[in-house]
Design a protein around this ligand. Structure first.
Ligand SMILES: N[C@@H](CCC(=O)N[C@@H](CS)C(=O)NCC(=O)O)C(=O)O
Length: 207
């Protein structure tokens, strides 16, 4: 079984590297660098997938796209302890949060990123974007459990998926507003597996 992660620097793919390190299965890291001017992915990624985005995971030559699908496949095959018991309510909650991470939480984050580049021209959207960022980060803060996890008492794929929007919240300077998210991110960054991933990837915006 061969696993290759096609990793773009400073991207959502960092959480996949972290999970791979946690699972301890051998894998190959293929790194791609963002263009220094545009911050976009290099054309090499388009040779692998029409959208040219990362992460992409290759298992025995089969390319798998989308972080959520990648996390699910990796946990199913190599890390069942990272998934709630099948058929349980936690499993349903896990499914919701796996989709929430990319399907909902990333929307105001990306709107903020793009609209910020418009300067004053983006002013009419600012109030709505700020309100939606606060709504999504606030929701994450609210549902983070006393255990420090989004589901149950241990690490799951949902924690991996939500690590990226949580990092964005903290890197935007909102650690005081979202102390549980700040502790969640700090706990992740303290993990040896995360540090191994960080050493392999090089610079990452959230550290
Ligand atoms: N929903 C996708 C999003 C993938 C995505 O947009 N990746 C960004 C990195 S955070 C990317 O490759 N951007 C480079 C580009 O668009 O040129 C996933 O989670 O896999």
């Amino acid at each position: 079984m061969s696993i290759v992660i096609h990793h773009l620097n400073n991207s959502r793919s960092q959480r996949i590297l972290w999970l791979l390190e946690e699972l301890g299965h051998a894998y190959e890291l293929k790194s791609y660098q963002r263009d220094a001017q545009t911050n976009l992915a290099p054309p090499e990624l388009k040779a692998l997938h029409p959208l040219g985005k990362s992460p992409l995971l290759e298992i025995d030559g089969r390319m798998i796209e989308e972080s959520g699908a990648i996390v699910q496949v990796l946990c199913d095959r190599y890390g069942p302890a990272w998934l709630p018991e099948a058929g349980s309510d936690d499993a349903l909650r896990h499914l919701e949060l796996m989709h929430f991470a990319e399907g909902s939480a990333m929307t105001p984050i990306l709107l903020n990123l793009y609209v910020s580049r418009l300067g004053d021209a983006g002013a009419p959207l600012r109030e709505r974007i700020d309100e939606q960022l606060a709504a999504h980060f606030g929701y994450m803060e609210q549902i983070l459990r006393p255990s420090g996890h989004f589901i149950g008492d241990g690490w799951t794929g949902a924690d991996v998926m939500l690590s990226f929007p949580a990092e964005v919240a903290i890197m935007q300077g909102a650690g005081d507003v979202y102390p549980k998210l700040a502790a969640f991110v700090a706990a992740i960054h303290a993990r040896p597996a995360w540090q191994r991933a960080r050493a392999k990837s090089g610079a990452y915006f959230a550290t």
